[in-house]
Design a binder for this molecule. Sequence first.
Ligand code: MSP
Length: 688
Amino acid sequence: MTYYITTPIYYVNGLPHVGSALTTVCCDVLARYHRLKGEGTWFLTGTDENATKVFDAAEKAGVPPQEFVDQLAASFRCSWDNLHVAYDDFIRTSEPRHVRATQEFFTRLLDRDYVYLDTYEGWYSVSDETFFLDDKVKDGIAIESGKPVVRVQEQNYFFRLSAFSDRLLTYYESHPSFLMPEHRRNEVVGFINEGLRDMCITRANKGWGIEVPGDPTRVIYVWFDALINYLAAAGWPDDAEWSNDSGNGSLWPPDLQVMGKEIFVRFHATLWPAMLMALDLELPKQVYAHGWWTARGVLGKLGKSTGGLPTPEKFTELLMQRSGISQDIAADAQRYILCREMNFGLDTDFSIENCLRRYNTDLANDLGNLLNRSVNMAVRYLNGIVPAGCRVDEEIAALAEQVRLDYANAMEDVRLNSALEAVWRLVGRMNKYVDERAPWTLAKLAAAGDADAANALDSVLYTCLEATRFTTVLLAPYMPCAIQDMRAQLGLASSPISWEGTKCGLLVSGSVVGPPLPVFPRIQNLSLGDETLTWLGVLVPEPPPNVKENHTNLEQSHSQSVGSAPKPGDLIDTGAAQPELPISIDDFMKVQLRVGDILAAEPVANATKLLRLTVQVGEDDTRTILAGIAEYYQPDELVGRQVVIVANLQPRKMRGIESQGMLLAADIDGRAILLQPDSAVPSGSRVR
Ligand code: MSP
């Protein structure tokens, strides 16, 4: 059995950025983890080239479209290579194997009467490459994404998506780990319960895209074609293995398909499984949606293809410049930082400052210190020779075993940040262990002839070296190059790494360690001026405010405005009138502020400004809260976020629905910017 893992395929209308890098690195880490465990693994990534927006971008660049996509696909490969992404296959949707699979898929659906010809009249957003119904569009803008739409009236082919509602719901029910993380399942079920409609799956042929078989006037809708890449790369339909008894290719079905949350509900959780059901093909074992990098409240909202996120190359260069490390180590540091900073199921603010700080605290300080001290002391006190007859300190061995289990569980759940947190429990404990055992004192006593101290010194240093070795094995999927430098210092330059290495006590006595060299030198200058931020592409000017009206209460109506990011001193709107007199601390303490997790978000019928939120505030407390933020937030982008709520507000009815609390937000000229904890905290946490 081969573990088959996929990323989405990336639109080639621009260069990769740390958003696309996140999905790719995440899958690479998981693929490397499965290889480490000795499992046959196949990791697929690639590029989505048939989109109208790709064609438009080529036109804008004045380059013939095929040349344009060739160049960009090469840039993606190059970025992934630079980031040490070890994919097994890279599929491009302009390749013959993909075109063949897509056309065959279409033909088979036609044969089974799942596709029919009809007139499509409605909206299309090129930016989202998505069709929208009338009620999902306001003033020429798709409500869900905020992107412009154009009116389309075309005779097109439709896929009978509506026929799959019940089958999909039954499937989710009987396969509880199919949609992950769990909180996203409600969104998908909600989407289907709203009513699935048949989906338009062709567009007029404007000279770009995969032609409908036998009908050159039309091309296949890019999303329909894109999803088929996962099958095409697995050899469907022609490879011999697809015609065996089970009718499945040897790779099929994928074990894990990872993507960002915006392409989860509609595409990977609904359309994709329905397409597979229509041809009686097995469904992937799991589709997993990670959150987004956002910069809300710092630099405005990040767009998918707009600026605001640096390219991985710039990020690597910044790390190299600031710390003096090589490109390979900087790329690994970036992999580590992306996985450690992202809170996988949720959205996370992307901040370059935080990334640099993370490098210093985790890599230069914690990990760097552990390696450096261990090797340094072994060289100084033991002539660099791993001592004989030693065992790892019992407490440390027990901790290492627990860390190994927690790490493996987190990896299986795609909580890549939690797996690192587990490793850092050991790293942190080891640095304390060194302080507590003070090998320098033991060395002095040993030099003065104290045999017990000499034995203790051997054991302590063996424990340090061994814990460092153990750590390199768990970090191998994250930082494949950097851990080689670390292992070279432990005398393990050529020894293979496998999951077997997560047992304690494997360091062989007599092997030679050293010389000690810093793998992650500290960054001295953490400050980032506008010039650096502009060079990184992180500082993008906000659009100027166009409409400005008054704002009263978040629970009530909001007037339309486009605001700028909050500045220190901006009013934090608690929804209440601002008191004219100072209040006492006792008065303030009457207000119970708590952190809540948004589990679900949906529009409220006949109330354009209100969203109905389901918020978990501690273990047994799930509330409905109405918030007047529909103009500023899409329901989809709220789910999974943490917010701060006023928990002891008297419930209040609006539009027949009882609201059981209020969200806190900064009020920027009437625009609401939700408050969110700096890092994820348990739901229900008190805010003071
Ligand atoms: N081409 C489609 C996918 C088709 S898969 C059959 C697409 N491409 S994309 O290039 O726009 O996005 C690809 C991936 O990059 C998605 O998983 C998306 O979530 C991720 N990211 C793009 N911007 C992002 C952030 N700002 N933050 C985190 N990841 C985001 O959609």
